[in-house]
Ligand binder design. Structure first.
Ligand code: CDP
Length: 234
């Protein structure tokens, strides 16, 4: 009882995933990385040489795809599987980052992903991050957060993240990719990235990681209390 849905949307690379993961852990909720799903679809299209502009390819691509999440028993971290294969590392490479926004702009692909995301969040007690979670996937989410950070900060953080995985990428290349994804994600016809009027905006440019987690956990606890009060009165 009293479980809620927490929707976290925002620009590329502003720390949504790591923040959402930490919030979920604090609350004992399930974290769902919707971006990983679009990244997995992208990897599938790249591997199979399918074109997002060709309706037949899109249909074929969606028929032949199974995306799931599993907890790695050694690290306790959630990892993404594509047709039974662990693709967690591969979906984070620049090769996938460079094509993902084009794939994610295809309405049929979005419909399939949104259906799966809604199923995963049906029982509540979830934190989901993405671009359209508060607007399309869970418009009734009890807590919506819109995260932002300036481009310089985001690029620096993403470079560090990639470097920790042994992937050396030029800062300018990352900056261009983040800015281009923001542009495509915000201007596409199918569920573009936008800040919902009922979302709390958090600019993380000058926040420590723990501060941004704390801010969202506090908001979540208030929303959970509100749910409990409501249930108590009805
Ligand atoms: O972690 P990062 O901010 O780089 O991106 P992500 O959350 O992994 O998402 C990768 C891409 O997937 C985004 O740039 C969007 O094009 C797309 N996406 C989307 O369209 N809708 C979502 N709910 C989540 C991601």
């Amino acid at each position: 009882m009293g479980k809620i849905v927490i929707a976290i949307d925002g620009y590329s690379g502003c720390g949504k995933s790591s923040t959402a993961k930490a919030v979920a852990k604090t609350l004992g909720y399930t974290y769902i990385d919707s971006g990983a799903m679009y990244r997995a679809v992208t990897l599938h299209f790249l591997n199979e040489h399918l074109s997002p502009g060709n309706p037949k390819d899109v249909q074929r691509g969606l028929e032949g795809i199974d995306i799931s999440f599993q907890i790695n028993p050694d690290t306790q971290k959630q990892e993404t599987y594509l047709n039974g294969l662990n693709v967690e590392e591969e979906i984070r490479t620049m090769r996938v980052s460079q094509s993902v926004s084009e794939i994610a702009a295809v309405a049929e692909i979005r419909q399939a992903m949104v259906r799966q995301q809604q199923r995963l969040g049906k029982k509540k007690g979830v934190v989901m991050d993405g671009r359209d979670i508060g607007s399309v996937v869970f418009p009734e989410a009890e807590l919506k957060v819109f995260m932002t950070a300036d481009l310089e900060t985001r690029a620096g953080r993403r470079q560090k993240e990639l470097m920790e995985k042994g992937d050396l990428v030029d800062l300018e290349e990352i900056k261009t990719n983040l800015a281009e994804r923001d542009r495509v994600d915000s201007s596409r016809a199918a569920s573009p990235l936008l800040k919902m009027p009922d979302a709390a905006e958090i600019d993380t440019s000058n926040l420590e990681f723990e501060e941004q987690v704390r801010l969202i956990v506090d908001l979540a606890q208030k929303a959970i209390q509100k749910e409990k009060d409501y249930a108590g009165n009805h």
